[in-house]
Design a protein. Structure first.
Length: 492
């Protein structure tokens, strides 16, 4: 597994292979349709959903505009409550900090709560290189880890696996990681869950170090919040003697009262539940209750660069509900692996190119992994206008221009392979700025319309392979208007 999926091909190539996997498409179609239908029913129960959505957007935007102030307040609150705060500018620094903290305990294994941030930085691989074994305890993450696989969904990392595949993974791999699967294991959900419970129970009871992320951090009190559905998070957060939480800096909210909004919108948008079965909150350390030592690693890793982009920064509102994945027609057909990142789907298409830049072939292709249908924006509980950011990032890929990378203002070069697109846009800009030239071009196109092909040659054939070119009208709109309404513009 790899947090950054180094070596993955660009999205078009990866997606082309994925869409021919009938098992994958069947698994994704069944799962996403089921989740989206349940979510729609859960959201419909609230008459003030639109107001909650707007409140969440406002809280996030307010926080991002004052992020430095709230992070300093958070550090002070966590320290006052008995925790220790560490700052990590990038993945390497975060991995080094966590590795040193685990080594200081003398332990060689840790249990983990499902965490996108630790996947993002490749923490498991860094710990393994240092001789420390990390055990994923979320059921879906366990499936991915045992199968030497990669997560393909934010909420359900093993969404691309069916029950038969999971049974085979448990039967063949569990023994190498701990307690083996029971003899005669079937693909019945109850049996698979029981096998995972027995396998994980011994790890919970033995582990001295737990590693987590967090859904929210409250600057006012220094409280961290994890919401989950299985109870594994509660075990990891309370049983170990040392707890290390790696959290992106954008996860902070100003005050305790702000949780009222997100603890309504997050569960309904993610698991289609009115509230999460387990909502764990901890504030520093407390004698004889929970871990004796708590460390918070605040992760930047490109987030400050993203914050500097006035259009792109709205991606930092994301609360990782995964609703956008479940309605996206592109994700449903291509799956999460094609995105080459731990953040798949529409949110990954705008977040990964900002966190990692657009220099690589993978990241330059992600803003194009969308039909711009807008379904992702409609379901986002914090109103991230993903289509707007996608278009913004496409412009960056094609035209280059000013950006912030690693805290420095730079001028990006246009990505390769977009020369024709740049030329077409420049011609269009020139024509639209000159009404006479535009009118002449429209008339020429109308008079020669019988000569126009129905399909495009070369690279354009990929677009017209499944659709016809729009027919050019017999006369331009301006000529029609002048002929039928000429001299009547001021009349009713």
């Amino acid at each position: 597994m790899s947090g950054t999926f180094v070596g993955m091909p660009a999205f078009p190539e990866a997606a082309r292979e994925a869409v021919h996997d009938t098992t994958l498409r069947g698994n994704l179609r069944h799962a996403t349709h089921t989740i989206r239908a349940k979510r729609a029913r859960a959201v419909a129960e609230l008459s003030d959903w639109a107001e909650l959505r707007e409140a969440g957007r406002r809280i996030k935007d307010h926080t991002l505009r004052r992020l430095d102030r709230y992070l300093e307040q958070l550090e002070e609150s966590v320290t006052t409550a008995g925790g220790t705060v560490h700052w990590a500018v990038d993945a390497d620094e975060a991995n080094r900090i966590v590795t040193e903290l685990v080594r200081a305990t003398g332990e060689s294994e840790v249990v983990k709560v499902k965490s996108m941030a630790t996947q993002e930085i490749g923490l498991n691989e860094a710990l393994e290189a240092a001789g420390i074994r990390a055990y994923e305890t979320d059921l879906a993450e366990l499936i991915v880890q045992l199968g030497m696989d990669r997560p393909s969904h934010i909420l359900v990392p093993a969404i691309h696996r069916n029950r038969g595949e999971i049974r085979d993974i448990f039967a063949t791999e569990m023994g190498a990681w701990g307690r083996p699967a029971p003899e005669g294991l079937t693909d019945a959900p109850a049996e698979l869950a029981e096998a995972a419970r027995l396998h994980l129970r011994e790890k919970f009871l033995r582990a001295k170090v737990g590693i987590s992320g967090a859904n929210f951090m409250v600057a006012e009190t220094g409280t961290l919040v994890v919401v989950e559905s299985e109870g594994n998070g509660r075990m990891c957060l309370t049983l170990p003697e040392t707890l290390i939480s790696v959290v992106g800096i954008e996860k902070v909210v100003p005050a305790w009262r702000d949780l009222e909004v997100f603890l309504q919108t997050l569960p309904r948008s993610s698991t289609a539940e009115r509230m999460n079965p387990y909502t764990s909150m901890w504030t520093g350390t407390t004698d004889e209750d929970g871990p004796r030592t708590f460390h918070l690693v605040l992760l930047d890793n490109g987030r400050t660069d993203t914050l500097a982009d006035r259009v792109g920064r709205q991606a930092l509102r994301c609360i990782r509900c995964s609703a956008c994945l479940n309605v996206c027609p592109v994700y449903e057909r291509a799956g999460g692996h094609a995105y080459g990142s731990v953040y798949p789907g529409p949110i990954g298409a705008i977040l990964s190119p900002q966190l990692r830049g657009t220099a690589s072939e993978i990241d330059a292709s992600l803003p194009y992994a969308s039909t711009l249908c807008g379904a992702c924006y409609e379901v986002c509980p914090v109103a991230i206008d993903i289509p707007e950011v996608l278009v913004h990032l496409r412009e960056r890929v094609v035209e280059g221009g000013p950006a912030v990378r690693q805290g420095n203002r730079v001028v990006l070069k246009p990505a390769r392979g977009h020369a024709a697109e740049r030329a077409a846009m420049r011609v269009a800009r020139w024509a639209f700025a000159r009404p006479g030239a535009l009118r002449a071009g429209q008339r020429l196109a109308s008079r020669t319309r019988r000569l126009h092909p129905r399909t495009l040659p070369g690279p354009g054939s990929a677009w017209t392979g499944s659709r016809d070119l729009p027919a050019v009208p017999a006369e331009p709109f301006r000529d029609w208007w002048q002929r039928t309404r000429g001299g009547q513009e001021g009349t009713e």
